[in-house]
Design a protein. Structure first.
Length: 297
């Protein structure tokens, strides 16, 4: 029964995230309307909380307070949703559900100083934007630009709905050191929407110590965001010896739910440390960051 429930949850989340939002234009990422985002939020919520008593996502969102409408009383469901609007709706959703623990008693006062366009954040959404940035729910793809008025892309919407249930999605900004070591390499062996297997190869004379779980990242608006998932080491060993390779299998989890990943660009990243012996002190280790990319279509 538990396995069947996991499969149903996985299928439901997958169906939610793979919802057809718009026709992909050549070379561009399709954007999302307010109504489509509400539908996806409704589906994600229902997957985790069961039947909501209504099959009308807009009515559900209005009753919950996720949307409050415009001055003329309309919800403008066909209008493209902006990054600021999505942040506000996520904030309202969190505050009215079990995710209210994500809302601090006092919202952070800073957090936007490093962004060149922070002044473009509308005053009516300042607190919610600061909250979204601090919680890893602001997916502009840049560490220097917020783009508060930008239209939300499909990848951004999907990633935000995964991230709000799993502690956010941090923008990775230190890729320069990845795959810098010529004698260490990470390769993708196989992948699907349900899982990925990869290998760490050590062609040098030193040992590789893998002391940190591998990370799954998704490319959103040109930036790579970390989505956490558990490591299931097929070998049961986190040390790779000279001239050897070890493989790992990953199943995608999201706060206790096994999920299927939507179409997109992904990266497996692994931090490792080279040393002369398997158990060398950290002072005598050299950090080596490895990564490999794959695409789910």
């Amino acid at each position: 029964m538990k396995k069947r429930t996991s499969r149903l949850l996985a299928l439901a989340v997958c169906a939610c995230l793979l919802l057809s939002l718009s026709v992909r234009a050549a070379g561009t990422e399709p954007t999302v309307t307010r109504g489509q985002f509400i539908q996806m939020l409704y589906d994600a919520h229902r997957t985790r909380n069961g039947n909501q008593g209504t099959t009308d996502p807009a009515a559900w969102a209005a009753a919950l307070g996720v949307v409050q409408g415009y001055a003329d009383g309309s919800l403008r469901l066909d209008a493209a949703v902006t990054r600021t609007q999505m942040a506000v709706m996520l904030y309202r959703y969190a505050s009215m559900t079990k995710l209210k623990t994500l809302i601090p008693a006092v919202l952070p006062q800073g957090g936007l100083e490093g962004y060149a366009d922070a002044a473009a954040v509308p005053a009516w959404a300042d607190a919610q934007v600061r909250w979204a940035v601090s919680e890893g729910l602001w997916l502009s793809g840049s560490a220097s630009k917020l783009g508060p008025g930008d239209k939300v892309t499909r990848a951004e919407c999907e990633t935000a709905l995964l991230a709000i249930y799993s502690g956010g999605a941090q923008l990775e900004t230190d890729w320069a050191g990845y795959n810098a070591a010529p004698d260490a390499k990470l390769t993708i062996d196989s992948f699907s929407a349900a899982g990925v297997t990869f290998s760490v190869h050590d062609s040098g004379t030193e040992w590789l110590n893998l002391e940190e779980d591998s990370r799954l990242c998704r490319k959103v608006n040109g930036g790579w965001y970390v989505l956490g998932f558990y490591t299931e080491a097929a070998t049961g060993d986190t040390i790779v010896g000279p001239g050897t390779a070890k493989s790992w299998g990953q199943v995608y989890w999201n706060n206790g739910y096994q999920v299927s990943l939507p179409a997109g660009e992904y990266r497996v990243a692994q931090k490792t440390e080279k040393a002369l012996t398997p158990y060398s002190d950290k002072l005598y280790r050299t950090e080596c960051r490895l990564s490999a990319d794959f695409t789910i279509s």
